[in-house]
Write a protein that binds this ligand. Sequence first.
Ligand SMILES: [Zn+2]
Length: 455
Amino acid sequence: MKLKLLLFVLIASRLTTYAQYDKGMIKQFFDAALTDRTAYENLRVLCKEHKGRITGSPEAEKAVEYTYNLMKEMELDNVFKQSVQVPRWVRGETERAHINSSKYGQTEVPVTALGTSIGTGNEGLLASVIELRSFAEMEKVGEASIKGKIVFFNEPMDPTLINTFAAYGAVGAYRTTGAARAAKYGAVGVVVRSLTTALDDYPHTGVMHYDQEVKKIPAVAISTNGADILHKLLQDDPELKFYFRTTCQNLPDVVSHNVIGELRGSEYPDEIITVGGHLDAWETGEGAHDDGVGCMQSIEVLRLFKQLGIHPKRTIRAVMFMDEEIAQSGGKVYANEADEKGEQHYFALEADRGALVPRGFGVSGPEERVENILALKKYFEPYGISEFKRGGGGVDISPLQRFGTPLSSCIPDDQRYFDFHHSGSDTFEQVNFREFQMGSAAIASFIYLIDKYDL
Ligand SMILES: [Zn+2]
């Protein structure tokens, strides 16, 4: 315990000694980021020329080539791809849906197929609807009320939760497992209220999972406005019917890639610091906040180090993970290859929470290291970045946990993130240059300090 205390005092005093110098360096990171449009322009190209880059698609492979070439042109020390076997799900034709009421006639509503859902077939699906607010309610009403019907899960995200990720997590299961569970009661299809607190006409997609033991039924998300209309009409006309048509299908797996660019470490080149986002994105939008920004901020970290002439002690890798949205196979392959090659993973950060104003960082891992890393807060407070807390990471870097690597995530403001998430409104225009680059500078500074002080 005494030795730990001594070490802590030593680290603390070193931090004080260098504090002035480091404050200057951090200012340089922010100055450089806020006066250079390279990353923002690259994000624009990724969003506009490589939208539709859902896992396994030809567009995803073009995005692989694009980011590979981008990093090649930066003259990094090493740029390479990792082969990843990924699922291939195709959306097919634009989805159509309407409410058929003998009282109110036909009302069109916006829907989107959920990722990995089967399609309805050419004819579409027409059935009565039962509206449910929870799985408990489903159990209560039972098979007699559900058999042969479309189950409409209409539980909204809780608007009173300040942490919108918690609100999302609380109702996520209706999207991911609603179809599998409703099928057990004889449902013929599922309509899920979009996971957003916004009220608009964009349906929000996302992955779902079938239970292999149960009949597969098609599932869609309906926009929040559409859900409110359906709810209202059902009050008046419980006999109404809902129609939707989807032609999505699951095809055999294909080979895709993670893309990795490296700046080699000057002192400990075998120790790796990973900073990454995911390159795949739902094709409903452009994959701007989710997660073009994380990819481009990761590459920007390397560009900032180069521009400022900083030689990191450890190897810093920008990683574009593939297939975060469906099966997370890119993250798994990355960690498995690290295992096979005996790589040492010193630290990892995932940027996959959008690029609104950066608020702080979350870190998990060995307690001593987490404590030292969280003590960096004081350097960031002048930039309005002060939420340094325990708990961090993300699905792409979580397999690195097996190496005892501290895992981190940057935390941007999340009040508006789910307005865009997985929907047609996740476009480049929704990303503000300053907010995006404040995030890039914060991540680069964070990694700079962790590497410099062996945190
Ligand atoms: Zn994401």
